[in-house]
Unconditional design. Sequence first.
Length: 452
Amino acid sequence: MARLRRRAAAWFALFAALPAIAAIAATVTATATMAAPPVAPPPVQAPVPQQAQQAQQLLQPLQPLQPLIDAATPGATLRLAPGRYQGPAIIRRPLTLDGGGAAQIVGDGRGTVLSVRADGVTLRALRITGSGDSQDRIDAAVWLQGSAHTVEQLDIDDALFGLHLQGVSGSVVRASRVRGKALPPGLRGDALRLWNSRHNRIEDNVFTRGRDITLINSPDNALSRNRFDDGRYGLHAVFSPRLHAEGNRLERTGTGIVVLYSPQLTLRGNHVAHALTDGGAGIVIKESDDATVVGNEVLHCAVGMKLDTPVQGRGRLLVRGNRFAHNIVGLFFYGEAGSGRFEDNRFEHNLTTVAISAAGAGSAHRWSGNQWDEYQGLDLDRDRVGDTAHEVLLFADRIWMEQPMTTFFRNSPALELLDFLERLAPFSAPVRVLLDPRPRMPGTTWNKESLP
């Protein structure tokens, strides 16, 4: 009994002390909270110097450029300090305008940003943006007139026309980048346009999001090692004889290279790929006598090469050492005449190797030493040349070639079956398209350095 009384007294004392224990715990918690150091906010990342400089430049008002140009003496070098300058501006005397890669000329969105109306002008390391959007005025980032100009290391953006050369001769455009306005291809301006301009060199430039690279009435120009993608026509030359295009890369354009009425053409070592709309041919040549097409690569186009020869059949055409692969049609011939030579070319994995507009088209061309992945002959003497000739005959293919409305059914099971039956037991005379008496066996290589 006494033990029970002692336990009850202890529990009673514990319950009586609970308020005091709770007060002590609250005091200790508050003291610990006050003594704990405050949590530091996350550090704010300072912008990198280049970003900070660009942001500061955007906040600054545009500096007037025209007074600086007008104050320069003929032949002087005007080096612009880093910053943004107000366009449009016009250069009317020979001088060098150097932006050092840090000066930007900003147009007002209503015309051409920088115009050159003198001889012997050098534009170097400038960023140029903000042309107008008028096709009638040919609003451009840079509009050149005169001769002996040097344009290099320009960075052009948001321009309807990138570089417009009107009546320009003996000039160089190199190592520049041109990016057009974000418009549908048909509403854009040309990334580069030459009008009545001759003896110019266009080299090592990058063009993107433009309509075309266009030469009109512009003889004796050379385009080398340029790149162009996302456009309508990669290279479009009209009435521009003696054009030399070498080492250019044209990709994702409606049509690759289109040359019309421009004799003595040279296309060498160009790469054309993914031309599937707006005509869809990698290379198109129409009535351009004495053309040389050597060492080019045409991949994944609607038509690898399309030829329309003059009716009179004059002139010379050399097609040598080219590769036509993965195209819907490798070659397409218009016209009944022509005297071209097709030598040492490779035809690989094209859905249709050769097509013609009508019986006899392209029949005058001569063939020798080409590689045909569809060749079925043997090489018993192992000289890498087929023992029998390669002959291309048209059977059921004549239906869609002669009746364009049936093209939709090309390579359909029905036409494939009809073609098989025609070859098995012909009920109509096939049309011979070409005969290569010395076809190279698939896999053969040759030295392109020996190509003319």
